[in-house]
Each structure stands twice: as structure tokens, then as C-alpha cells.
Design a binder for this molecule. Structure first.
Ligand code: NZQ
Ligand code: ZN
Length: 381
């Protein structure tokens, strides 16, 4: 095991009625003015908005609405939110949505507490914020696990950059599977594939043999595949949604990363692809993973063989990768870049820029060259 310190910053309320219970327990601990942050309209349509407003009113809170947080949240939206927090003297942020809303709020929280530009602080000065407005997260679409960590993935449009910015971790997270009932099927599956990707990317990083983090990661992968298959039979299987909701939190709450290094090269490629195209995160990963793994299969053959056996019941590394590729198609997820919804045409020139600007991981199975990343992306066309 690598050296580590580990702490959970987030208290989790899981299951039916979690919001009522959590807010009854947690709201008395926070100040009077609460910013309720959400996305583009699903929260109101599903009725969750009214439910949260009622609980906030019952707790005697003054509510400041902040709406319109888009998928792949932008740095400009972070600044808009931080300005509102300052102007309205917000004491607490309640982020209700998927990874995009939660991530945007994590960075709003820290940007609102400093006059320094947070991107400059983290990427130019290499320092990190010391304080943030406290926040809680209500998960309405699961997959990213954003509710249980402090890292946020933000798109800085002017810089054609999508990367992590560290912000505030939620003090509590509300995970009620019923809140995900209205998520469109493709988002449910792409979110779940993101979870699978997090566990695979962590597992493929450098680790000691026989460490427990690898074992837990494999269990999460297996469970994610089992429950995605249940959803393919019945997308409204709420027990499967609940299982996936906890898989999602477990895959990104840091527990799998304890005592080991991680890969996350597919994520780095997808994030920069997202910066250029604004594509859906889980769907982008579904396209990239098989091509990336074909490239590195021989560099981590033992791990891929174990993955094949324990996740897909196959004998060899190659069969495991074939099973993963077939599973992506079985889920109806995109398998080619041309199937992704993109704001620009995905030309070789765009892919060259993605390859030239994405982060390169040094602790995965093998450090890739930029030309190799470009080849992987061309293979995904
Ligand atoms: O905007 P609304 O109308 O709410 O619609 C959203 C959005 O269009 C919809 N949705 C959410 N809850 C719903 C619902 N629709 C109906 N009913 C509901 N209950 O779902 C759409 C996608 O939402 P989004 O939050 O963008 O999806 P996801 O949770 O997949 O988050 C993706 C973002 O998280 C980042 C990604 O890069 C991307 O920006 N990630 C964050 C991570 C983290 N912080 O740990 C790790 C991940 O690797 C990832 O990079
Ligand atoms: Zn992800």
C-alpha cells in the first residue's frame, strides 16, 4: 500500500424520504439564507423542487434560487453563482442535480469566499482555497459520485479547457433513488457507465498485489454491470437504480483510491473531448474506453485477466475486453465518436487538438505519447 491519510467529509442519507430526514437534521446547523441551485428544468418537472422548497420553508430558511446550471458546467456559470452568493449573503448552498450542478456549486462555494480568481489560484499559483461556503448535495442523477468528493470538473470555454478545480465537499449528501425516476434512460445508462469507468480507471492504476482497494474496485465493477443489466430489462427497476446510486458514490468517494495510484487516462481524453464538443461525459467514455484498452492491454495483462474473470466471467484479458466492448453495445451506448451529440463536427483536426491538450497520466499501465492518443481517437471515429 502507498502511504495515505483518509477521511470522509460527507454524511450520507440514503433511501426513501432521505431529503426530509437530512434537511430536518442538517438545516438547523446552517445560517438563514440558503441558495437552492439546480439545472435546466428537470427539478421542477419532477416535483423535487417543490419538495425541497417546502422543507426549506419549514426550516425557516430564506431561499435564493440559482437555476440554469448546464451539463458540463462552465467557468462563467461558476462566476455568476459566486457573484449571487456574495450579493445575497448566502450562508449555505443546496445543490440539487447530477454531477454538473454539484460540481458547479463546489467551485461557487470557494470562489465566493475569495477575491482571487479561483482558476488562477489553482492553476497559476498552485495554491488551493482555504475556505468555502458550506454546501449539501441532493443527487437527482447518479453516476459521477460528485456528491462525495471535493473535486469539480469545469469547462473553461474561452480556454477550450475542461479539467478539475478543487472546491468544497458537500457536508451531507441526499441519495434517494426515487429522485432519479425521471432521468432519461440514456442518461441513466451513461451515468452508470461513468461509475464503471471510475472503478476501472482506479483499478488500472499502479497498486500492490493483493491490496483490498483492488478487490473493492472489482466488486463495484461487477455490481455495476449486474445492475445495468437489470435496468436493460426494466429501466424503472428502482432497486437496481438504488444499487447503482451507491456504486456511483463508492466509486468516487476516495475509498477505492486508498493506498494506490490511479490511471484515469480515458477520463483525461474524454474531458478534453468535452471541452471541444460539449459531449455527454459517460457517452464519451463509452466510445474511448475500448480503443484505449486495446492500446494498453499488454501493459497490464495480469490486471486485465483478473478483470475479465471477475467482472465478465471470461478467461483471458482479450476476452474481457471483448466482453466490455460488447456490453457497451448491449447498453445501447455510443460506440463511435460520430454518435455523440457534439457542438462541432468531430474532424481529425479537432481530435489532434484534443490529443495535444489533454493531460497525460504517468501512473497508469503505460504513459502514452500524444501521437498514440491521436491514434486512439482516430480509431474511435
Ligand atoms: O439540467 P436538468 O434539466 O436538471 O437536466 C439534467 C441534465 O440534462 C438531467 N437530469 C438530472 N437529474 C434529472 C435529470 N433529468 C430528469 N430527471 C432527473 N431527476 O440529466 C442531464 C445530465 O446531468 P449532468 O449533471 O450533466 O450529468 P452527470 O451526473 O453525468 O454529470 C456530468 C458532469 O460531471 C462531471 C462530468 O465531467 C460532467 O461535467 N464529472 C464529475 C466528477 C466528480 N466531480 O467527481 C467525476 C466524473 O468523472 C465527471 O468528470
Ligand atoms: Zn467520470
Amino acid at each position: 500500500m502507498e502511504k495515505f491519510t483518509f477521511a470522509y467529509p460527507t454524511k450520507v442519507y440514503f433511501g426513501e424520504g432521505a431529503a426530509a430526514e437530512a434537511l430536518k437534521q442538517e438545516l438547523p446547523k446552517v445560517g438563514k439564507t440558503v441558495m437552492l441551485a439546480y439545472g435546466g428544468g428537470s427539478l421542477k418537472k419532477s416535483g423535487v423542487y417543490d419538495e425541497l422548497k417546502k422543507l426549506l420553508a419549514e426550516a425557516g430558511k430564506e431561499v435564493v434560487d440559482f437555476s440554469g446550471i448546464m451539463p458540463n458546467p462552465t467557468y462563467a456559470k461558476v462566476q455568476e453563482g459566486a457573484k449571487l452568493v456574495k450579493e445575497r449573503h448566502v450562508d449555505f448552498i443546496l445543490a440539487a442535480g447530477g454531477g454538473s450542478v454539484i460540481d458547479c456549486c463546489k467551485v461557487i462555494s470557494v470562489q465566493a469566499m475569495t477575491e482571487e480568481d479561483i482558476w488562477d489560484m489553482e492553476y497559476r499559483s498552485g495554491s488551493f482555497p482555504a475556505a468555502g461556503v458550506p454546501m449539501g448535495a441532493v443527487v437527482t442523477a447518479s453516476g459521477t459520485g460528485a456528491e462525495m468528493n471535493a473535486g469539480a470538473v469545469i469547462t473553461y470555454e474561452e480556454k477550450l479547457w475542461k479539467d478539475p478545480i478543487f472546491g468544497t465537499a458537500a457536508a451531507f449528501a441526499i441519495l434517494d433513488p426515487a429522485y432519479t425516476a425521471t432521468v432519461p434512460p440514456m442518461q441513466v445508462l451513461s451515468g452508470a457507465f461513468d461509475t464503471l469507468s471510475h472503478a476501472m480507471e482506479t483499478y488500472l492504476g499502479k497498486s500492490d498485489a493483493d491490496n483490498v482497494s483492488d478487490d473493492v474496485a472489482l466488486a463495484i465493477m461487477r455490481n455495476t454491470v449486474v445492475n445495468m443489466r437489470r435496468l436493460l430489462k426494466n429501466i424503472n427497476d428502482m432497486q437496481a437504480r438504488g444499487n447503482l446510486m451507491w456504486d456511483s458514490a463508492m466509486a468516487e468517494n476516495g475509498i477505492l483510491k486508498v493506498g494506490r495510484l490511479t490511471d484515469f487516462q480515458a477520463h483525461q481524453i474524454e474531458h478534453q473531448l468535452g471541452a471541444y464538443t460539449d459531449c455527454n461525459h459517460g457517452q464519451g467514455l463509452a466510445v474511448i474506453h475500448p480503443a484505449y484498452y486495446r492500446r494498453i492491454l499488454k501493459d497490464a495483462e495480469e490486471k486485465f485477466t483478473r478483470f475479465a474473470k471477475e467482472v465478465f466471467g471470461k478467461d483471458t484479458a482479450e476476452e474481457g475486453l471483448e466482453a466490455l466492448t460488447a456490453f457497451i453495445a448491449e447498453c445501447g451506448l455510443p460506440t463511435k465518436l460520430g454518435q455523440l451529440k457534439s457542438k462541432v463536427e468531430i474532424t481529425p483536426e479537432v481530435l489532434r487538438k484534443v490529443a495535444d491538450t489533454c493531460n497525460i497520466i504517468k501512473c497508469g499501465p503505460r504513459e502514452l505519447s500524444r501521437d498514440e492518443i491521436y491514434d486512439i481517437l482516430l480509431e474511435c471515429r
